[in-house]
Design a protein around this ligand. Structure first.
Ligand SMILES: Cc1cc2nc3c(=O)[nH]c(=O)nc-3n(C[C@H](O)[C@H](O)[C@H](O)COP(=O)(O)OP(=O)(O)OC[C@H]3O[C@@H](n4cnc5c(N)ncnc54)[C@H](O)[C@@H]3O)c2cc1C
Ligand code: SF4
Length: 391
């Protein structure tokens, strides 16, 4: 999808608004981790009150436009009653389009308390850290936001620009950023969060994500590039040759599509389980088909070898034995001729427990999730810290 098609046209927007059945039970809102209320913003937009629609979206969601472009279809859209008649309303795109076309400082303004005398440090400027910051500022806290990377957004920066331009993350942030209440330190890694309590902060929120890409645990691991390194600097790994992507989730899909955009002649994904088990959206499935990416399912990587400039994958087949995935003996084959192998089988971070005024949020607490779940976790951490600090 090119950036031109990221948003609905006015005619498409009106058509989507007109399809809403105005359900009393609001299943879409109940399915949204941040309790965004599609029925409310759709009704306001239908009445021509776009300012009210913007206010309704941003009330609980500080990154509403970014969510509108990348929220998976398993939340509000999955719950949409309209799918019983034909197909669900494209709620995320409606949300993104309303914010892109109608958001102004006035429409996105929410009530804020004056400075309450307390300072909080937030570590990590991904969705969870941003949501915690936005929530705490509304409650009157001054925030110092420490981010190890050169820009905000966290793992969102690994999403290809044609799916999520950085300007959209920046736009959401521009409506949260209040220089009087938020001090930002980019390129600053905090190794000892507890020490911040001796520097005048009343509490610390840690939202550092899951930075460690999981290893395959096989011989020749060093010949496979991690998804993190690949997606952070795809321009450094341009190749016309054959590319293998190991993994079958949304991150692996982004790697495979990026490899095609990077000039690869042929891209093959190696997936441990069945194609029907892939945890990807319908849109992602369609993109794989459109790009002509080969999917090799029920396959385990046994070893990786290097032969001159090419890399060989040694794979064997899996099968289900009473629902347990098992390797089928004597099925190992060599798959030579790859120029690049990318490993995208997940990420991890050591789990930590909250202490009194040090609270974890987002993927570093709950494991790899989605933007809207990380936002919900950041808001919840902010509310918990506030209740502890206000006794
Ligand atoms: C390739 C890819 C595609 C994705 N696609 C989607 C999608 O389509 N839809 C969706 O909903 N979700 C998607 N996700 C998942 C989503 O991006 C994450 O769930 C979300 O970003 C997690 O937010 P977070 O704030 O918990 O952590 P992160 O976004 O990982 O942010 C953590 C931040 O903390 C910083 N940090 C870490 N340690 C320190 C330290 N010691 N000091 C200072 N800063 C530190 C990091 O630099 C980072 O900026 C995708 C993820 C990836 C990797
Ligand atoms: S934030 Fe995401 S899940 Fe929630 S209503 Fe908006 S698009 Fe749907």
């Amino acid at each position: 999808m090119t950036s031109k098609t990221l948003y609905l046209t006015r005619a498409q927007l009106l058509a989507e608004l007109g399809r809403c059945l105005n359900c009393k039970t609001q299943p879409c809102m109940n399915a949204c981790p941040v309790n965004c209320n599609p029925r409310e913003f759709i009704n306001k937009a239908k009445d021509g009150d776009f300012s009210g629609a913007v206010e309704a979206i941003t009330r609980y969601n500080p990154m509403g436009q970014t969510c509108g472009l990348i929220c998976p279809d398993k939340f509000c859209m999955h719950a949409c009653t309209r799918s019983i008649i034909d197909f669900p309303i494209n709620i995320p795109r409606v949300q993104a389009t309303i914010l892109e076309k109608y958001r102004t400082c006035e429409s996105a303004a929410h009530s804020k308390h004056p400075f309450n005398g307390k300072k909080i440090a937030v570590i990590g400027a991904g969705p969870a850290g941003i949501a915690a910051t936005s929530e705490l500022v509304k409650l009157g806290y001054k925030i110092t936001l420490y981010e190890g990377f050169e820009k905000i957004g966290g793992a969102l920066n690994l999403i290809p620009e044609n799916r999520l331009p950085f300007s959209v993350i920046d736009k959401d942030w521009s409506f949260i950023n209040d220089p009087e209440m938020i001090e930002m330190h980019l390129n600053t890694i905090i190794n000892n969060p507890v020490s911040l309590l001796n520097e005048g902060y009343s509490g610390v929120i840690i939202a550092t994500g899951e930075p460690d890409s999981i290893d395959l645990g096989v011989e020749g691991e060093e010949y496979a590039l991690s998804y993190f390194d690949y997606l952070r600097h795809p321009e450094q790994y341009k190749t016309k040759g054959n590319v293998a992507v190991i993994g079958g989730g949304a991150v692996a899909v982004d790697c495979a599509l990026t490899a095609i955009n990077n000039g690869a002649d042929y891209v093959e994904m190696f997936i441990r389980r069945r194609i029907s088990d892939m945890r990807v959206t319908n849109e992602e499935r369609k993109s794989l088909l459109d790009a002509g990416i080969d999917l090799t399912s029920m396959t385990k990587i046994k070893k990786i070898g290097k032969d001159g400039e090419f890399i060989t994958l040694y794979t064997c087949k899996n099968h289900f034995n009473q629902e347990k995935l098992e390797e089928i003996p004597d099925t190992t084959i060599a798959r030579p001729g790859f120029s690049l192998i990318i490993r995208a089988i997940g990420s991890s971070a050591p789990r930590q427990n909250d202490s009194d005024v040090i609270i974890y949020a987002g993927d570093c607490k709950h494991g790899g999730s989605t933007i809207v779940e990380a936002l919900a976790s950041g808001r919840e951490a902010a509310a918990r810290l506030n209740s502890r600090l206000s006794g």
